[in-house]
Each structure stands twice: as C-alpha cells, then as structure tokens.
Design a binder for this molecule. Sequence first.
Ligand SMILES: *Cc1c(COP(=O)(O)O)cnc(C)c1O
Length: 431
Amino acid sequence: MPSRPPSVDALARSLADLDLPHPLLVEAARTAIAAGDPTAARSQAEALAAALLRPVVNATGVLLHTNLGRAPLGPALDRRGDAGQPVRYSNLEFDLATGRRGSRQRHAGGLLARAAGAEAALVVNNGAAAVLLVLATFARGADVVVSRGELVEIGGGFRVPEVLAASGARLVEVGTTNRTRAADYAAALSAETALILKVHQSNYRVVGFTAAATVAELAALGPPVVADIGSGLLDAATPWLPGGPPGWLHDEPAARQTLAAGAALVTFSGDKLLGGPQAGIVAGRRDLVERCARHPLARALRPGALVLETLQATALAYLRRDLAALPFWSLATAPVGQLHQRAQALVGRLSRTDVTVVDCASVPGGGSLPGMEIPSAGVAVAGDHTVALRAWCPPIVARANEGATVCDLRTVDPADDTTLAAALAALPAPS
Ligand SMILES: *Cc1c(COP(=O)(O)O)cnc(C)c1O
C-alpha cells in the first residue's frame, strides 16, 4: 500500500530552512502534492527563491546590461543602508528651513542641473517618461517637427512616432532617412509648430551619404528645440575622468554642450551613461522645466525617495569629480592592464589547467554607442558552463562563445573575483 502523502503543512515546515515566507512554502508544498510528487516541493521552493530580485555578478562585458538593471549601482550610490536606522523618513517634500511643504525636485534635480550646466531639471521615472512629459506639456494638439532619420525605436517599446502620438502631438516628418538639413525643418514650420524635436539615434548609425542639422542650426529657426539625447552623458569633456574623454565615447551628444548649443531642453535616462538609477531627466530653461513640473502627468511620472536619493548621490559624485563613486565610469575606464593582472591572479588561484586568461572586448551597451568596443581581459574555460554559473550563489552571468565560456572582468567588481574563482573551481573537470 502506498504511504499517505505528507500534509501540506508538514511538508511546508520541512522547507523552513529556505528563508522564504511560510505562505510561499505552503504554495510550493501544495503544488508538489497536487502533482503527486511531494519530493518536488523543495526544488519548487528553491526555484521561487532563486527567481527573487537579487544581486548578480555580470561577467558579460556589457556595461549597461538592460536585463541586469542597466547601470551598476555601488555602495556610494546605494543610500538605503546608510544610516543603519531601522525606521527612516526623509525630507523628500519638506523644507527643513521653513517647516513647510517642499519639492521632491529640489535635491537631485537641482544638483543634476548644476552638473549639466542647465538652469533647472526635473526627474521622472525613465527617459521615455521624460520625452512623453515634454511633448504632452508643449505640443498637445500641435506640430512637432522631427527628421525622418530620427524616428527611432530604442527597444522595450519606445518608438518616437508612438510616444508622439500618445502625447497628443502631431508628427511632422522632414528630410529623408539619411539626409535632413536645417532648410527641411525651416520649410515645415508653421503657426502650428510647438517644438523641433531632435532624437539621438542611440542604438544604430547611418553611415555614408548622410547629413543632419546641428542643434545650433535648429535653435536659430525659432521654435524651442528639444533634444532627446538618451544616454545622459552630462559633459563631453568628462571632467570626472582624470584621463579625459575615452575614445569610445566618440561623438556621443552631451547635456551640457547640447544646451550650450541652443537646445531649450534636453531629455535623458538616469541609468545609461549617467550611471545612476532608472530615471528620466528633463533639463534646460527654467520656465520650460517649471511648465513640465506643473503638468498633471508630472504627478503620475514622479519618482520616489529611493530613486531620488540614489540620483542625488550620483549628482554629488559628478560635482565632486569622484570617479570611485560612479561605478559605471570606474568599470568602463579601468585600465586593461589591471584587468589582465586580475585575470592572471584568478587563473593562478585555480588548480585546473583549462581556465586561461583571454583578451576580449567589452561594450557600453544599454542601446548606446553601437559598434564601440572597450579593450578588456577575462578568463575563459572550455565548454558552455553558463547554466552552472547562473546557478551559483550569487548568480554569475557569463557568455558562451565558440565552445568556450568567457568571463569578462571589466564588468566584474574586483571584490567578486573570489566568487568567480570559487565558481570556476567547482565546474566539472574537463574529460
Ligand atoms: C534610451 C532612450 C530612451 C528611453 O529611455 P528609457 O530610460 O529607457 O525610458 C529615449 N530616447 C533615447 C534617444 C534613448 O536613447
């Protein structure tokens, strides 16, 4: 006679070591019993725990990895554990000087404006929200002139024509896919024109027989120019980098220079080249930023204190020129020789001969700087071990390439080299 299945409750209690809330253990137990296999309850619960949001080691070499949270955050940017207080309020919307209601846009927004050379800045939830808010504020029921070469799709459903339509603005296309001149914009202007919108192509390039109007040329035409620069490079001179702008930055548009060239507003993401948390920023002329802030959508798109604290820390790091507090830039500009040394030390720590030091190439990622590579170094091991590495604690995300698994050290914090070494040491020995 088959033994009776265990009770749901007893089975759930046998999983108590798994650090999951009891109702989730009960759910795993119930599902396993219903499927006629109570022994599967543990693996069910483990899968639940593994799927929770948690830190991973990014060994892909993609610095802004959209699936891994885009820009990396670090202790200097993560203020949550800062004061060690169990209960925490903040002066999010409280003016400590007057004791009256304040604005959540004063802290991070004001500092970012300063760092970008803007009169004012407003923070929303992401870059798409920043564009939507600007269009809804200034161009509802009016014309927005855009080059046909800039009607881009960024990924994740951001398509310029669709965002324009959602805002209630009318799209007026000018020029061609490869060539649009200032005269094309000028010919399309009318009393109905609310804005000229210039969108950074971000994730692709048109090469060859091309022409595009500069922001300065467009600014001379009359209507306010809004430049969606996307990536959030604050300043093309990168004063926070001791070595100046790296070659791979190429001619990426920067907030400071775009505003100086005459753009009324720029919009960009918080978690691309800015290197902060997911956010969107509208920066530029104070009167225009204030109109955006007063639009009803601004309330729907506003970020919370966790994001604003991290963004404030990011802005302060830029103003201090504190490279160590900007994880994206620290990783991106680490000398390749240093990465080589780490790879060598890592290989030396292992008593297996199938792990070797390799040269590789990292990429900025995040839909920015297509085709740009950053020389890097890492370790390679024969065979595809990506599944085993993902199952490590913490999970390690690596690339399988031509029959080998490559771990690019540029995107790995040096403190995680020991984790990587332990995971590689535990891989099955080569046959
Ligand atoms: C990335 C990007 C966006 C969207 O920003 P999110 O922060 O992903 O919402 C919009 N416009 C441009 C030009 C971009 O590069």
